[in-house]
Design a protein around this ligand. Structure first.
Ligand code: BGC
Length: 738
């Protein structure tokens, strides 16, 4: 008894001593307390920082990080590209890969493929999956997604974007951002704005009308900000109306921050700042990757020389610039920090899980577009042929490498050849390269080292022996292909592929082509083949998805996110010559204005080879009549348009139904049609469904340059239910009356 009394007494003494110690400690400051609202934490942290600490937190300390505020325990922010997976690690202060052994990732299909799925649910899963991998790798910001508009098939980075239509990219970017950010990892919308070509991207000045700016080039950014709630935006390298976009008053201060209410961090692209005063005043919050000359190379460890570093500090100290400009930037960086690296509630993430592989495969399968299928060329069911020739470098080339900043180090990348062997058995596949390119290199075209003639001869020999030939070609991530920093030189297939395809068809007419690219290519051999697929940079599960589609275990349901013109001059940007693309004397005029992509082809009656929204299936669909819930609508209402859709074939499949709007008598030029809604509908063989799509009437408005606002005119409007931008299946007419 006495013994236990003593023990209790000792315990109380210890507890008392501990309590006294705790009471003597400082209370947790508000900025460290997760229970306080973020704005309270931001103001508290800001009030504790010295001028030098505030300057430090708004620019990089290494290639991919900013320093935080170590004295206050505010951690660094770590960033990584984006947008198709979490990039490998780099050394602190140059562009050498760090060669870690734990920095591999799942490579997801390129964003063109995601757009081709027309499936926003997959965009959410995509964003979430990368967010999980980023979180596991302790990244706070992923530098993506890219939502620049596909204006020309030559642009080196179209594969990183979501096609030519502002509505499609808006619908896909929102779930991507939400999926990612629910992991406490910021998405970064890039490249704001008008970075629609890579050629001369560091200096080109873009002149474009307000109407095209608001109707074509900004909607996906706006949706990402307002509906997606994105936490960071990256400025582009180019200029807009004479001012660099990364410190462009109109784009950032007026549109992004004032009109759209963006409360996150506006950061540079790597080396896109050029001027301290403009950077200070025009809304730039965080400077990354630059040197004093505005390029991504120069002296080593020059971080203190950044425009927003010592030069900014000096101007504040001398009174030339007010400290309030700095405080506003720091607030935003702190807000981002509390949302990400100091968010104690964020999940831990995971990487390379079977679910990640599944998502990558599913997106790849749903994105592949069947462009031509005559005489039942596809699917090639198992057992149909004894000898299948797989010819072409893209059947084996590792396409997650190269291309610039979107390069990835996938833990595995199943090539199309591996997928085909797995599916049909090694004994049924004959493989040869046919053509070859060199290793990907950012700024040079490297030779392959193989003899082109011998490759052709070998390919013809293999083609002769086979029952069917599948040619896997297209572009790759080499310099001046689908690669950052420059554009393609022409719309033609590179590395002698056109000639090779023609020769193969001569020796074996039973040939199909699988194009892997992020851009449209010209197809002089098209009429001579029965089977054609547009595939993409598909990432880790490329081979599995491709083989599943080819053999019919998966039914193609992808639709083109861009128009494929017959020839380059048929594309709107090129139609107007060098002033429109690539620019003359440092400036380009977007003379195509609002008529980009199918808007151009439709309105100017220039038939594309394959239209936007086009894609076949192994089954067929029948559309019923279109009905709307009313006949007359006010601006604040939505039209509910409905119709029946039936799978009339004997295979389950999905159809992306699209709704395009045409205005009857607009007071300004309007495109013949504009996409306003879509839905991907999965139907069993023989199944019929009533499909309903809801479209806000306000989305019929155009941007009126006279009033600098959106204008919805009282008029009659047609809503076309369509299976592509060229294939209207049913139409309903409505009136708008306010
Ligand atoms: C690219 C960005 C990328 C950054 C960091 C730049 O060259 O334009 O898209 O996020 O590098 O790698």
């Amino acid at each position: 008894m006495k013994h236990s009394f003593l023990r209790i007494n000792t315990l109380s003494a210890v507890l008392l001593a501990m309590t006294a110690q705790v009471m003597a400690q400082e209370p947790t400051p508000p900025y460290l307390d997760n229970n306080h609202p973020i704005e309270v934490r931001v103001e508290d942290a800001l009030s504790r920082m010295t001028l030098k600490e505030k300057i430090a937190i708004i620019h990089a300390q290494s290639k991919f990080s900013s320093p935080g505020c170590p004295r206050l325990g505010i951690p660094e922010l770590w960033m990584s590209d984006g947008p198709h997976g979490v990039r490998m690690e780099f050394v602190w202060d140059n562009w050498d890969h760090a060669d870690w052994t734990n920095d591999s990732c799942t490579a997801y299909p390129a964003l063109t493929c995601l757009a081709a799925t027309f499936n926003p649910e997959l965009a959410f899963k995509y964003g979430n999956a990368i967010g999980q991998e980023a979180r596991y790798r302790e990244k706070d910001v992923i530098l993506g997604p890219g939502v620049n508009i596909y204006r020309t098939p030559l642009s080196g980075r179209n594969f990183e974007y979501m096609g030519e239509d502002p509505y499609l990219s808006s619908r896909m970017v929102v779930p991507y951002v939400k999926g990612m950010q629910q992991n406490g990892v910021a998405a970064c919308l890039k490249h704001f704005a008008l970075n629609n070509q890579e050629k001369d991207r560091d200096k080109i000045n873009v002149e474009v009308s307000d109407r095209a700016l608001y109707e074509i080039y900004l909607p996906a950014f706006k949706a990402g900000v307002q509906e997606g709630g994105v936490w960071t935006v990256m400025g582009s390298y180019n200029k807009f109306r004479g001012q660099y976009c990364s410190h462009n008053d109109l784009l950032i201060n007026q549109i992004l921050k004032k009109d759209w209410g963006f409360d996150g961090v506006m950061m540079t692209d790597w080396g896109s700042a050029h001027d301290t005063d403009e950077a200070a005043r025009n809304g730039l919050d965080l400077e990354m990757g630059s040197w004093t000359n505005g390029l991504t190379w120069g002296l080593s460890s020059a971080y203190d020389d950044y425009y927003l570093a010592q030069p900014f500090l000096k101007k504040i100290e001398s009174g030339e610039l007010p400290e309030s400009l700095l405080d506003e930037k720091v607030r935003r960086v702190l807000r981002l920090t509390f949302r990400t690296s100091m968010n104690r509630n964020r999940p831990y993430g995971c990487k390379l899980t079977p679910e990640h592989a599944e998502i990558a495969r599913k997106i790849a399968e749903e994105g592949i577009v069947l462009l031509k299928n005559e005489n039942h060329f596809f699917p090639i069911e198992k057992g149909r042929y004894q000898k299948i020739a797989v010819i072409g470098e893209n059947a084996v080339k590792q396409l997650s490498l190269g291309g610039g900043s979107s390069e990835l180090k996938p833990q595995k990348e199943i090539s199309p050849l591996e997928g085909m062997i797995e599916k049909y058995g090694k004994e049924h596949i004959l493989f040869t390269l046919g053509y070859a390119s060199g290793e990907p290199n950012y700024s040079n075209e490297l030779p392959s080292g193989l003899d082109a003639d011998s490759l052709v001869q070998e390919a013809l020999k293999v083609a002769r022996e086979a029952d069917v030939v599948l040619f896997f070609g297209g572009l790759n991530k080499n310099f001046q292909q689908d690669c950052e920093g420059d554009d393609r030189r022409s719309m033609d297939l590179p590395f002698g592929q056109n000639e090779l395809i023609e020769k193969i068809i001569q020796v074996n007419p039973n040939t199909g082509v699988i194009l892997i690219s992020g851009n449209a290519v010209s197809m002089p051999w098209l009429s001579q083949i029965d089977g054609l697929m547009q595939s993409w940079y598909l990432g880790s599960q490329a081979g599995t998805a491709t083989a599943n589609i080819i053999c019919g275990e998966a039914n193609p349901s992808g639709k083109l996110p861009f128009s494929i013109p017959v020839k380059l001059e048929d594309n709107s940007a090129h139609y107007f010559g060098a002033e429109s693309y690539p620019g003359v004397n440092g400036t380009q005029y977007y003379k195509d204005d609002i008529l980009v992509g199918y808007r151009w082809h439709d309105t100017k009656k220039i038939d594309p080879l394959f239209p936007f929204g086009y894609g076949l299936s192994y089954t067929t669909f029948q559309y019923g009549k279109a009905r709307t819930d009313k006949k007359t609508y006010r601006a604040d209402e939505s039209v509910k348009i409905s119709f029946t859709l039936k799978n009339t074939g004997d295979t389950p499949g999905a159809e992306t139904v699209q709704v395009y709007m045409s205005q009857k008598k607009p007071s300004v030029l309007r495109p013949v049609k504009e996409l306003k809604g879509f839905k991907k509908v999965f139907l069993q063989a023989g199944e019929e469904q009533v499909v309903e799509i809801e479209i806000p009437v306000r989305s019929f408005a155009f941007y009126d340059e006279q009033t600098a606002d959106w204008k919805l005119e009282n008029d009659s409007y047609s809503l076309h239910v369509a299976s592509s931008s060229k294939a209207i299946q049913a139409t309903a007419k409505i009136q708008v009356k306010n």
